[in-house]
Ligand binder design. Sequence first.
Ligand SMILES: *[C@@H]1O[C@H](CO)[C@@H](O)[C@H](O)[C@H]1NC(C)=O
Ligand SMILES: *[C@@H]1O[C@H](CO)[C@@H](O)[C@H](O)[C@H]1NC(C)=O
Ligand SMILES: *[C@@H]1O[C@H](CO)[C@@H](O)[C@H](O)[C@H]1NC(C)=O
Ligand SMILES: *[C@@H]1O[C@H](CO)[C@@H](O)[C@H](O)[C@H]1NC(C)=O
Ligand SMILES: *[C@@H]1O[C@H](CO)[C@@H](O)[C@H](O)[C@H]1NC(C)=O
Ligand SMILES: [Cu+2]
Length: 230
Amino acid sequence: MFASQILASLLLAPLALAHYTLEYPTARGFIDEEEVNFCGGFAQPSSTRTSFPLSGNAPVRWDSHHAIGTVGIYISTSTNPSNWSDFSTTMAKSWFTGPNGAACTNIDMSKLNMNLTNGSLVTIQMVANGGDGNLYQCSDLILLSDYTVPSNETCATDVALAANATATATPSLGQSASAKASSTSGGATSAVASASSSAAASAGQKVGVASMGAWVGMGLALVGAGVAVL
Ligand SMILES: *[C@@H]1O[C@H](CO)[C@@H](O)[C@H](O)[C@H]1NC(C)=O
Ligand SMILES: *[C@@H]1O[C@H](CO)[C@@H](O)[C@H](O)[C@H]1NC(C)=O
Ligand SMILES: *[C@@H]1O[C@H](CO)[C@@H](O)[C@H](O)[C@H]1NC(C)=O
Ligand SMILES: *[C@@H]1O[C@H](CO)[C@@H](O)[C@H](O)[C@H]1NC(C)=O
Ligand SMILES: *[C@@H]1O[C@H](CO)[C@@H](O)[C@H](O)[C@H]1NC(C)=O
Ligand SMILES: [Cu+2]
């Protein structure tokens, strides 16, 4: 039993590996198991803000390790947002369904009707839910009227505009992820319980949940095989 629990922990650990990374603009940081928390667990703004165009389409690029997921991007004009009330109800990018793997979408800050001006300091917070709860990443920006993004950072294929990008469910903020499923303190049983409570909490994300279930199921199958060998 003890051996099978260790084995379960080892096999389930990959569930938590790199839910998604925000690649551009530069994220505050990435710690896999902290991604379930506000700003991915990074409470302080980056010491160096990333320049970002005040107007015109500019890219946000990420890499998701989930089959598909619901994605949205919030924006705060606070220089040190510390909770959701510091974020505007106007989203920088409304909820959409994003694909697995590398993806990008464009934001035109000047079209948000937030009175943003040259030199405005803002923070964007990306929320992605690929079936194991909300995962957060923040990036601290300075908006500049005369800034052009690096030439290799264009987003020609904006996944939010894809025909299959309609969000069928919008995650509620503050929902805790079941990344706990990977917690080494739990065995296979608690991982399953955690995954299914996440399923209940995030109604509508059936595909993500199904794939999560498949992973857990595969882990259990491997655990079974491992136990048989032991
Ligand atoms: C949110 O943070 C602000 C400071 O940024 C603070 O004034 C406010 O009390 C906080 N609200 C909650 C609900 O924690
Ligand atoms: C939308 O369709 C494209 C092309 O088939 C696919 O690559 C992508 O993963 C799909 N996105 C979603 C969110 O299902
Ligand atoms: C933008 O500025 C106008 C005029 O000062 C003001 O009425 C409006 O409330 C501001 N909007 C926001 C989102 O701050
Ligand atoms: C915009 O703000 C930046 C930084 O404060 C400044 O260097 C630049 O000259 C400003 N550009 C315009 C067009 O005002
Ligand atoms: C663009 O170039 C920078 C610097 O070399 C690199 O870090 C980044 O990953 C590149 N972006 C893309 C989309 O390839
Ligand atoms: Cu994940």
